[in-house]
Write a protein that binds this ligand. Structure first.
Ligand code: BG6
Length: 514
């Protein structure tokens, strides 16, 4: 039964049996830089409201926006309300909103303005005094990386990065963490020259997704998967992140970045690490990150990058009955841009567990449908017994972790076709979140913002992971740059360029068509 809250309204999300409720953030504020950007409007602000609605923020919680707009606190609150009503996951509740709105402040200014940062300091001090935020402040840098240095320096020179007894200061940064290994190191030096390493929270929002955390539950809370999760049984692993949308409107960010830097360096390599790592001795941040780092450090690149990598660019055409623009004609892009909108690579892992098991990663825009999944594909059974009754190759068993949008997991195995003699065909056994649980999944940013306020770091990659990931991606980037050619075109709604299929075909395999 849903619990009645202090305002007398019932909200199933506040069911006292909901064990997530025990993790309520302590007194604190969240300052967002880049508050008018898409990420803040569509994800961060709605997530803050959803946390409030779930009763996971303290009454003193305050939200401070920092930006150039000439807004009063009330103007900003109106913007926040609009974002919440348009994008929050949970229903709009006037009482929750009223309480949240009391702690909303706006500081007007540019990142170069000493006066604005002085104003920010005053605002935070008055929140400490009036609302009891107790000197605990998180700074969310939802801004382009080129501004990280300036914002960090300003926070430092205004004494906003200093912690003192019982008060914390944390900084949250969003990917991209650099453009390559070298720039990632420089960026890290800038941030860590101001904030100590344990106060830096790097967001890879995939780690906040329920289904991604479920990789750990599936592997380590069960007995049936782990014994076969190795090179003796696994033939190969496919990690797919397919999006059906194009890149229109994001030229400023995406041109010169491309699919490998945008999502393989972070999201897909994190999925690979969680799928391939050894069992950590606990889920403490240090243990978990150490295991992920071991896997990333053991990744071996293909000997011949030309054979085991592919990249493409979507062309214009028709997708789902709609006419769509080709990448090179999208507004703001250089018409001979060599940025890839699709990338696929083969990686191997030099460990006893994974020797000889390729991990194929692919990511692309404007593909057949939006789907992210990890497919662990097993070796074929000999099946001599059934050969006479089957004129086709036997399928391969697979465990497929469906990250999104149809969250769950599937097991593929062969089964006898009814009525026939011993004909065997592949069938699936499905677990779907929607069917098995009544609780809905929180958005990744809810979990991550809450963890920042709680100071729980396991879901935030540390700098070492970022470096290891660039060491994997940089050689592919350098190889592609050396070609000095356009990526291979592919049609919208397809599954990428032909070279991606060839990449697997030469190993005697095919991509799954999710
Ligand atoms: C972001 C990438 O990190 O993830 C985007 O920069 C991509 O290009 C997005 O569209 C996808 O996120 P999600 O959660 O919708 O899979």
């Amino acid at each position: 039964m849903a619990a009645e809250d202090k305002h007398g309204s019932t909200n199933p999300l506040r069911d006292p049996r909901d064990r997530r409720l025990s993790r309520i953030a302590g007194p604190s504020s969240l300052v967002i830089f880049g508050v008018t950007g898409d990420l803040a409007r569509k994800k961060l602000i709605p997530a803050v409201y959803d946390l409030a609605n779930r009763g996971l923020l303290p009454p003193s919680f305050s939200l401070v926006g920092f930006g150039r707009r000439p807004w009063s606190n009330e103007d900003f609150a109106a913007q926040v309300k609009e974002s919440v009503q348009a994008h929050a996951r949970t229903d709009f509740d006037e009482n929750v909103w009223k309480q949240l709105a009391e702690g909303i402040r706006f500081v007007e200014g540019g990142f170069d303005s000493d006066e604005a940062f002085g104003q920010l300091k005053e605002t935070l001090e008055s929140l400490d005094a009036e609302r009891g935020t107790r000197g605990n402040h998180a700074f969310y840098l939802s801004v382009p990386p080129k501004s990280f240095e300036q914002v960090c320096q300003q926070l430092s020179s205004h004494g906003l990065a200093e912690t003192s007894e019982g008060k914390w200061r944390r900084v949250v940064i969003e990917k991209p963490f650099g453009h390559d290994l070298q720039s990632a190191r420089e960026l890290n030096n800038v941030v860590e020259s101001v904030f100590p390493a344990d106060s830096v929270f790097r967001i890879d929002h995939y780690l906040g997704k329920e289904t991604v955390q479920n990789i750990l539950a599936l592997r380590f809370a069960n007995q049936m998967f782990e014994p076969i999760w190795n090179a003796n049984f696994v033939d190969h692993v496919q990690i797919t992140m397919a999006e059906d949308i194009g890149i229109g409107g994001r030229a400023g960010y995406y041109d010169g970045v491309g699919a490998a830097r945008d999502v393989i360096q972070n999201h897909l390599l994190q999925l690979l690490a969680l799928t391939a790592m050894e069992e950590p001795i606990s889920f403490d941040a240090d243990h978990l990150r150490a295991e992920k780092e071991k896997v990333l450090a053991a990744v071996r690149l293909p000997a011949d990058l030309s054979k085991h990598s592919a990249r493409g660019q979507y062309t214009g055409g028709w997708q789902g009955g709609e006419k769509v623009t080709g990448f090179l004609e999208e507004e703001g892009f250089n018409p001979d841009s060599t940025t890839e909108t699709f990338a696929a690579v083969r990686l191997d892992i030099n460990t006893r567990r994974w020797a000889g098991v390729p991990f194929y990663l692919r990511a692309g825009k404007r593909l057949g449908r939006r789907v992210t999944e990890i497919a662990v594909v097993f070796k074929r059974a000999p099946n001599l017994l059934f050969r006479d009754h089957n004129d086709h190759d036997f399928g391969q068993n697979a465990v497929v972790i469906r990250v999104q949008p149809d969250e769950g997991a599937t097991i593929r195995f062969g089964s006898k076709v009814p009525g026939t003699q011993m004909e065997v065909r592949d069938v699936s056994m499905d677990f779907g979140y929607g069917h098995s649980f009544t609780e809905s999944s929180p958005e990744a940013y809810e979990r991550l913002i809450l963890d920042v306020l709680l100071g729980e770091p396991p879901l935030f990659p540390r700098h070492q992971e970022v470096e290891l990931s660039w060491k994997i991606v940089d050689p592919f980037e350098e190889y592609w740059a050396s070609l000095d050619t356009q990526p291979e075109p592919y049609a919208p709604g397809s599954w990428g360029p032909d070279s991606a299929d060839e990449l697997l075909a030469q190993d005697g395999r095919t991509w799954r068509r999710p």
